[in-house]
Design a protein around this ligand. Structure first.
Ligand code: ZN
Length: 305
């Protein structure tokens, strides 16, 4: 997970550390909330032909990600899931979400309403380009039972997980715009076009430069960062030995700096002095080579479904 990679490679004293740490805990909370909604949907029996896709990544004018998509012959429903506790205000003009703890601590977050607006537009664009005509609607689910949601003028329905299926049930309509065959074809087309999200590199998100990030290979045993490459092995100061510790470090690198690396960057981040040793290691990593000679870059391949 990207936030974890950044958290361990940022000095605790760095002025962005608190931001990174709170986002790390928030993204962990988001994952468990989504699981809860997945279970509700899995148990639900909708009376009409339909399909559900979780964690769908598509490209319209830009990449977009949909947590849960519920599609029938008459509508596509985007389900935006939030797992946030305490008092949650959905503020408008400008859109943001304000969380207030019982102690009065205020945290400002992105607005799920705005996120849903964007996803609906992007999915409509995506469908239109492929000549699909289907209404796209949205709903926001707040999964944390220890929360008090103040919707203000949010234009979407906000529901608790146990009412989500009830809400979907009520949406049953007579007017079908897709035939059953078309519904199946649409499902296939969505999955074919699903692609792993090219995440925005974290250093750009937090406005960090390469000198802000702690470099070095992480020991898989004691988690010390800064293993030395010696006699074809990685060794930490506690004498733990590994032959492949650089694989996890490379994942960290890609999360933080984006999906490409060159020989110079590799040597700096992995603490390797020799250009040839670095080139040999890079060759073995199954990365896609782009360019020749000193301009050669190595790119992380997109993983397949
Ligand atoms: Zn160690």
């Amino acid at each position: 997970m990207g936030q974890a990679a950044l958290k361990k490679r940022l000095d605790i004293a760095h002025h962005k550390f608190n931001d990174v740490e709170s986002n790390y805990f928030r993204s962990k909370a988001g994952v468990s909330g989504e699981d809860f909604v997945d279970q509700q949907l899995a148990r639900y029996e909708h009376p009409e032909p339909h399909f559900i896709i979780h964690d769908l990544h598509l490209k319209a004018s830009s990449f977009f990600q949909i947590d849960n998509l519920f599609v029938t012959q008459s509508f596509a429903l985007i389900i935006e899931v939030k797992n946030i506790k305490h008092t949650v205000d959905l503020m408008q003009n400008p859109h943001f979400m304000k969380q207030t703890s019982p102690e009065g601590k205020v945290v400002i977050m992105d607005s799920p309403e705005e996120q849903l607006d964007k996803n609906i537009i992007w999915l409509k664009d995506w469908l239109l380009r492929r000549n699909w005509v289907l209404p796209v609607v949205g709903v926001i689910v707040f999964t944390n039972s220890d929360s008090h949601i103040i919707p203000n003028n949010c234009k979407y329905d906000i529901v608790r997980p146990r009412y989500l299926t009830k809400k979907i049930r009520k949406m049953v309509t007579i007017k079908e715009v897709l035939s059953q065959e078309q519904l199946i074809r649409l499902g296939e087309e969505l999955l074919i076009n699903h692609r792993d999200y090219e995440q925005k590199a974290l250093h750009a998100k937090y406005n960090l430069t390469s000198t802000d990030i702690i470099t070095g290979v992480e020991c898989p045993v004691c988690f010390e960062i800064g293993m030395k490459w010696s006699k074809r092995k990685w060794v930490c100061s506690n004498n733990h030995i590994s032959t492949n510790a650089h694989l996890q470090t490379l994942e960290d690198y890609f999360y933080i700096f984006g999906p490409e690396i060159n020989n110079t960057e590799f040597r700096r981040f992995f603490h390797i002095n020799s250009k040839d040793v670095a080139a040999r290691m890079l060759k073995k990593l199954n990365l896609k080579e782009i360019g020749k000679g000193r301009w050669r870059r190595y790119r992380k391949p997109l993983s397949k479904q």
